[in-house]
Design a protein around this ligand. Structure first.
Ligand SMILES: Nc1ncnc2c1ncn2[C@@H]1O[C@H](COP(=O)(O)OP(=O)(O)OP(=O)(O)O)[C@@H](O)[C@H]1O
Ligand SMILES: N[C@@H](CCO)C(=O)O
Length: 318
């Protein structure tokens, strides 16, 4: 579930009145997602997404995210923009939360991507990286190498409650990444969370990319590694699907492309991606009560990916 803040019909109708977007016909809470409260809103003029930003999104970062989605949409990409109200404002307040009314895009998230869909996702990522070449704002990655150390420290001995030996495995990986992290590679603003649930597919084409709330300035090829780790395995992380990996990279290469240096560093970047999601999931696992309304995501699904990347022949990855 992802409706943390209830909005009454009267509050919703008054909120929509700030915009030239028609009058309220219906509004439903959206079950998917875990970070923010999202509603599907129908008015006499169309369909919109209302998002109320909950605690994990820093309100100070919202102008960056809004400028980013505006930039990508202005370049013709299928990225939903936040609408402007009659005064020209995108960022609002509703029920004590920062809030935006966002364009609705058609499409569905796939759970078991096909190679054609993975290729389209790689292409959409390449288009995004191309379009971000002249985006001038930046935001530090709080979930980069330093952030992984901090998260591992905060999880501490409790990592072994998830699986015996996990604390040691994470410590060894951090030492490896400290030594091998390819700090010389080109950086850019990146999406940083392009999982299948953040890509709206229309058959084999990408109808939209959503959820830019982890976007940050990072090694650009790390974004490709994040997308690879998210799209190219069975969801439990037990099985790597090489045909998806090849298709994803082919789609990316067609629209943008990895340099030889980025290809050489890919296995290390992929290990960094697997560790990022292992650690954020582990933190959530340890700090979300088992009976909470939010579904906890399995950290071990990314530990298995990490082990795979650490052993894999680089030629089979990309
Ligand atoms: N612009 C949009 N157009 C169409 N559907 C959208 C749009 N934005 C969000 N959705 C729908 O709402 C759901 C939840 O959105 P989202 O993934 O952004 O949730 P969240 O809680 O903000 O983030 P997270 O995925 O990190 O938990 C999506 O799975 C999608 O079905
Ligand atoms: N996409 C992430 C959640 C956002 O960090 C995951 O599946 O763990």
């Amino acid at each position: 579930m992802a409706v943390y803040t209830q909005v009454s019909t009267e509050e919703m109708a008054a909120f929509l009145n700030r915009y030239d977007c028609g009058t309220l016909l219906s509004a439903k809470g959206i079950a998917e997602g875990v970070e923010n409260s999202n509603f599907l809103v129908d008015t006499t003029k169309g369909r919109f997404i209302l998002t109320l930003y909950e605690k994990r999104v820093d309100a100070g970062d919202l102008p960056f995210f809004l400028a980013l989605t505006d930039h990508l949409a202005a370049k013709g990409l299928n990225i939903p923009r936040a609408l402007r109200d009659r005064r020209g404002e995108q960022l609002q307040e509703l029920c004590g939360r920062p809030a935006c009314l966002i364009e609705f895009l058609q499409g569905v998230s796939v759970s078991h991507p096909t190679p054609a869909q993975a290729k389209a996702a790689g292409g959409a990522l390449g288009d995004m990286h191309k379009a971000l070449g002249d985006f001038r704002l930046s935001r530090p990655n709080t979930l980069g190498l330093d952030g992984w150390h901090a998260l591992a420290d905060r999880c501490g001995n409790q990592l072994d409650q998830i699986e015996a030996g996990l604390g040691d495995r994470v410590a060894r990986e951090l030492a490896f990444l400290d030594a091998e992290w390819p700090r010389h590679l080109p950086t850019s603003v990146v999406h940083a969370d392009m999982f299948p649930d953040n890509v709206l597919m229309l058959g084999d084409t990408v109808g939209g990319v959503i959820d830019f709330y982890f976007a940050c300035t990072e090694i650009r090829a790390w974004d490709v590694a994040v997308t690879h780790s998210a799209w190219c395995f069975s969801s439990d992380g037990r099985t790597y699907r090489p045909e998806l990996g090849r298709a994803l990279i082919a789609g990316y290469d067609q629209q943008f492309g990895l340099s030889d240096l980025e290809r050489a560093a890919f296995p290390v970047l992929a290990r960094g991606s697997a560790l990022r999601f292992l650690l954020t999931r582990a933190w959530d696992w340890l700090n979300t009560p088992a009976d909470a309304l939010v579904t906890r995501k399995d950290p071990l699904a990314f530990k298995r990916r990490l082990d795979f990347y650490a052993e894999a022949d680089p030629a089979t990855l990309i």
